[in-house]
Design a protein around this ligand. Structure first.
Ligand code: ADP
Length: 230
């Protein structure tokens, strides 16, 4: 069932009738669950699966960067930082991500009034988290936990071969990515209320991890978007 034409003004998901115009009302902030974890913890694998389920939209910041034209100014900035295993500066990252998500709204690929946004790889620093507070409403932070650095590094090595990723092909770059995660991304957890942080063991079969992630996000998706189900 679609949204009702009841002229209910600023209620997200309703239409407001304004003179002879009908316009959709966007929510002030995107309703979101974050996937947070070290490189190789499986955020992308889980995010991609969730993104195939109606009612969820997966956005991986790394994919947004990789889709840039490598010869564009932003593409060059991305290559410069990622090839060293470093993070792209916060302001560039958040601006680029915001533009990308807005254009995906405009094309109706992402429907903020009916999809729970699954963010993967952003925010990745405390500063990004602060910059994004006005843009996203975070209902859950799913922390994919893996304390075993060697196991994750081994996963990244295998992925580098499979996906032809330059940033994971070099052992030093992989180790640097892990260090950057510990120093810059882990502190993002402290930015959010601990009541919305869920720890999921990332060292299980992908299906078991998916099961645990779904246990967290399903009730959130249902309570915020159930009215749009068929
Ligand atoms: P992974 O999923 O393996 O952790 P990503 O594909 O998410 O890696 O990111 C690849 C690279 O893109 C990062 O090493 C970094 O250079 C850049 N990048 C991605 N997301 C961000 C972000 N939120 N902030 C800064 N840099 C980012």
């Amino acid at each position: 069932m679609g949204p009702s034409l009841d002229g209910a003004g600023a209620v997200p998901g309703s239409f407001s009738i304004n003179q002879h115009q009908v316009k959709t009302t966007m929510p002030n902030r995107f309703k979101t669950a974050l996937l947070l974890g070290a490189p190789g913890s499986g955020k992308g694998t889980q995010g991609k699966i969730l993104g195939r389920i109606p009612g969820y939209f997966h956005c991986a910041c790394g994919d947004v960067f990789r889709n840039l034209d490598i010869h564009s100014e932003l593409g060059k900035i991305f290559y410069e930082y990622s090839s060293r295993g470093e993070l792209v500066p916060d302001d560039v990252t958040v601006r680029m991500w915001h533009q990308s998500i807005q254009s995906r709204c405009a094309t109706h690929e992402y429907k903020p009034n009916s999809d729970l946004l699954i963010l993967d790889g952003i925010p990745r620093t405390l500063e990004q988290a602060q910059m994004m507070d006005d843009l996203v409403e975070i209902y859950a932070v799913v922390h994919l936990v893996c304390e075993d650095e060697e196991a994750m590094i081994d996963r990244l090595r295998r992925r580098a071969v499979k996906e032809n990723r330059a940033d994971d092909a070099d052992e030093n770059v992989i180790r640097n990515r892990w260090k950057v995660y510990e120093a810059e991304t882990k502190p993002v957890l402290d930015h959010y209320n601990e009541e919305i942080i869920y720890q999921v063991n990332a060292v299980q079969s992908p299906a078991r991890v998916l099961h645990d992630v779904l246990e967290v996000v399903t009730p959130i998706q249902e309570s915020h978007f159930a009215k749009f189900m068929g």
